[in-house]
Design a protein around this ligand. Structure first.
Ligand SMILES: [Mg+2]
Length: 392
């Protein structure tokens, strides 16, 4: 069996261009689907996949680890920059899809069989609709409460919000009190039985991240995400040690050694490796093994397209420390037209039952993908009140 081609299929989904990766083999009908979506770097990733295809076309797709080593290590430059690690991930995920199809079983059964009966999902406020999730002002706490109520009405028992505003390296109480008001509004709207998460998008400095984390600690967040830049592991560790709320991070980390340093300093209690950015399912499994040694929970980052979701779920059914699957359902109204999925979601509680089809259990509708060709992503630029550059 040989790989004969690697194709990229770009599908514009408003804020993101989903990059679907199709690995084609010489066996009639045997293909694998991966995903390598990287907002604002679509052309770079598509080009990187074209570069990597020189290493893998003609090879046996069953040699997943060997091919991963080639893609990561060959031609001198290691594959740990975000563009290449994402390109590697797209191909690696597709190779696992092929491996499952060859074996006639879902990927999670290749990895030791299901470790749980179901997986809970969480949503973004507004279901991931860009304007609701990213653009609801923290000065509008009431709207946070209303969107949280709507998520519960849609069956979710957990949700994530952007309740921490862009913040200069040092600010007074105003942004902290605004964030607190949003969390209070959501807690009052949904009660204590619903899990709330706040994503800081690494907007604060470590000093401000600590202020936000302390202010929100009494409200019992399920986790508090990216309270400062991922480059500042000591900042993350300081915040994680200072509050009872578990700190989550890892979506911008691209290789095992970064996660080793993060875990060793106890920079988080929830790791959010992104399977489409960290080198794929092969590297995610290594990161998970390392996390297991520290009893750190797994909640992979997954706001992208449907192949990423299927990969996260297959991974989750095989990993004991996996706690919840991030999900987006309202980013574009035609999301379900693009994919046919092998798993089922119980609308009551938004609980996923395992896929029983081989591989990732998905089929991508290429005709529907072609209806949404590449468009330049909508810019997301942040400037502070003095005109200096901020973090989105
Ligand atoms: Mg995040």
């Amino acid at each position: 069996m040989k790989i004969t081609a690697i194709e990229t299929h770009v599908c514009n989904a408003r804020m993101r261009n989903w990059i679907f990766v199709k690995v084609v083999t010489d066996q009639p009908g045997l293909i694998g689907w991966g995903e390598a979506t990287l907002e604002w770097h679509t052309r770079g990733v598509v080009g990187a996949i074209e570069d990597l295809s020189q290493l893998v076309v003609g090879a046996d797709p069953a040699r997943i680890e060997h091919l991963w080593q080639m893609m990561y290590r060959q031609h001198f430059w290691h594959g740990n920059g975000i563009v290449r690690s994402t390109a590697i991930a797209g191909i690696d995920i597709a190779l696992w899809d092929i491996a499952g199809k060859v074996a006639g079983m879902p990927c999670h059964r290749l990895w030791g069989g299901p470790v749980r009966d179901s997986i809970r999902t969480y949503c973004h406020l507004g279901g991931g609709r860009m304007e609701d999730f990213y653009e609801t002002s923290v000065d509008n706490a009431k709207q946070f409460g209303e969107l949280a109520t709507q998520a519960v009405e849609e069956g979710f028992t957990a949700m994530k919000t952007m309740a921490v505003p862009p913040t200069m390296p040092l600010e007074g109480n105003r942004p902290v009190r605004a964030a607190e008001a949003c969390v209070v509004a959501m807690r009052e709207a949904v009660g204590e039985d619903i899990d709330l998460m706040v994503d800081c998008h690494a907007r604060p400095s470590p000093a401000m991240g600590l202020k936000f984390a302390r202010a929100l600690d009494p409200y019992g967040l399920y986790f508090f995400e990216e309270p400062c830049w991922p480059e500042s592991i000591e900042g993350l560790a300081r915040i994680n040690a200072a509050v009872t709320t578990p700190i989550a991070t890892g979506e911008r980390m691209t290789h095992l050694a970064q996660f080793r340093d993060l875990f060793a300093q106890r920079g988080c209690d929830v790791v959010q490796m992104d399977i489409t950015h960290c080198g794929g399912l092969s590297e995610a499994r290594r990161i998970a093994a390392l996390a297991e040694a520290y009893r750190i929970s797994l909640a992979p980052h997954n706001p992208q397209g449907p192949v990423s979701t299927a990969a996260s779920l297959e991974f989750g059914f095989s990993q004991p420390s996996y706690i919840i699957c991030e999900s987006v359902h309202a980013d574009v109204p035609w999301r379900q037209e693009v994919v046919d999925e092998g798993f089922t979601i119980d609308p009551n509680g938004r609980i996923v039952r395992p896929n029983t089809r081989p591989g990732l259990g998905i089929e991508i509708n290429e005709e529907e993908v072609r209806r949404h060709p590449f468009e330049q992503e909508i810019p997301q630029q942040v400037f502070y009140s003095d005109g200096s550059v901020g973090d989105w």
